[in-house]
Design a protein around this ligand. Structure first.
Ligand SMILES: Cc1cc2nc3c(=O)[nH]c(=O)nc-3n(C[C@H](O)[C@H](O)[C@H](O)COP(=O)(O)OP(=O)(O)OC[C@H]3O[C@@H](n4cnc5c(N)ncnc54)[C@H](O)[C@@H]3O)c2cc1C
Length: 336
């Protein structure tokens, strides 16, 4: 375990914000992590578990310990005619896991190619893209209690998955550190071309296969989303709001161009990016904080913005969208 004091977070968060943390703790084994929670090692102040820092907005120095799990290893646990159960350490780069699964011919994660961050955050966030969410393939999640260092497994049902959420973000927030995630992937996957824009890109590339789907997703993402290594950002800053069908029908009458997506019966998901764009925010910049020119859902740091400046823009956007559409936007990015 490496414990360092008074460390800059600049290279540990995808907004590239230069705040400090009192301690940065990098753990390589579950035993090391348990020692932080069972009373063996005492660190002053609160604790934040962090993966790649790609869904966080720091607004000041962190006065406690930031713990980054470094657990490695991808394993095939068992294979049947239909499924492969695989597991991956929380410290593995998410996209490395996707690449590995595609190279093995295991289907289920390919639509989630190139999402930044580490495996440990995937069940916390229930990450999703191009019509797929991780909750569809997660079998169980291994964790360590941050209260006493004990091990606990959560089944898929126990994770309480929702749209970009899970119990690890809600009722159990901060109570568990994810150490390993188990997935059930298809051994003979049939390419799913249901998602419109993805289908068009795949058809351009050739005969659909896992590798080609992954390539198509990578191509689309690279053309649409800013690379955090170049312009600081945390992907979609807001969630797409889910409303009752009647609310969506009313909005559609007033704003015929509003993109609406089917959700669970009786509810509709609205495109937050479109609404933000309609309020004139796309490409706007206040100092070094701004809204990306190609994607209104993505807030960016052009260089020297502070977390507070990015937060302030997000507040202004929420207000504009509420005034125009009557819809409260919810942040996907966590404010620290
Ligand atoms: C350019 C870009 C594109 C993106 N596109 C997408 C997308 O298409 N779909 C999508 O869903 N997301 C997307 N994101 C958001 C982000 O990549 C995901 O939310 C990702 O899962 C965050 O992973 P992380 O390791 O960086 O987590 P962090 O940002 O470090 O943490 C996120 C949350 O998870 C908790 N956490 C992290 N690791 C653990 C652990 N081991 N145990 C317990 N809690 C933990 C943290 O405490 C925090 O609450 C994008 C981000 C960027 C920058």
């Amino acid at each position: 375990m490496i414990i360092r004091g008074n460390i800059s977070l600049k290279k540990y968060n995808s907004f590239g914000l230069d705040y400090k943390t009192r301690y940065l703790v990098q753990t390589k084994t579950e035993k090391e992590a348990a020692a932080l929670f069972n009373g063996t090692i005492h660190l002053k102040g609160p604790i934040l578990i962090m993966g790649g820092g790609s869904n966080l907005l720091f607004t000041g120095d962190y006065i406690g310990a930031i713990i980054v799990p470094g657990f490695k290893g991808i394993k095939t646990e068992e294979v049947s005619d239909e499924f492969a159960i695989i597991s991956a350490g929380a410290g593995i780069l998410w996209d490395n896991l996707v690449e590995w699964s595609v190279s093995k011919g295991y289907g289920g994660l390919e639509n989630l190619s190139l999402i930044p961050g580490l495996v440990g955050a995937a069940p916390v966030q229930n990450i999703g893209a191009y019509g797929v969410e991780t909750k569809e393939t997660i079998v169980k999640v291994k964790t360590i209690s941050t209260h006493d260092g004990s091990i606990r497994f959560f089944t898929n049902d126990e994770c309480g998955f929702g749209y970009r959420s899970s119990i690890f973000k809600n009722s159990e927030k901060g109570n568990f550190l994810v150490t390993r995630v188990y997935f059930r992937l298809k051994v003979n996957p049939i390419p799913d071309l249901a998602y419109g824009t993805l289908k068009d890109e795949i058809v351009k590339l050739g005969e659909p296969s896992l590798k080609l789907i992954r390539q198509a997703v990578i191509n689309i993402r690279r053309s649409k989303l800013p690379d955090p290594a170049v312009i600081g950002n945390a992907g979609s800053f807001f969630k797409n709001p889910v409303v009752e069908s009647a609310v969506a029908d009313n909005l559609k009458k007033r704003f015929p161009g509003l993109p609406c997506y089917n959700n669970r019966p009786g509810s509709i998901k609205l495109a937050a990016g479109w609404m933000i764009d309609q309020c004139g925010w796309k490409g706007k910049r206040i100092g070094d904080a701004g809204v990306h020119e190609k994607q209104a859902l993505v807030l960016v740091n052009y260089g020297k913005a502070t977390g507070k400046e990015i937060f302030d823009i997000s507040e202004k956007i929420k207000l504009s969208v509420f005034e125009k559409f009557g819809i409260p936007l919810e942040r996907e990015v966590e404010i620290i």
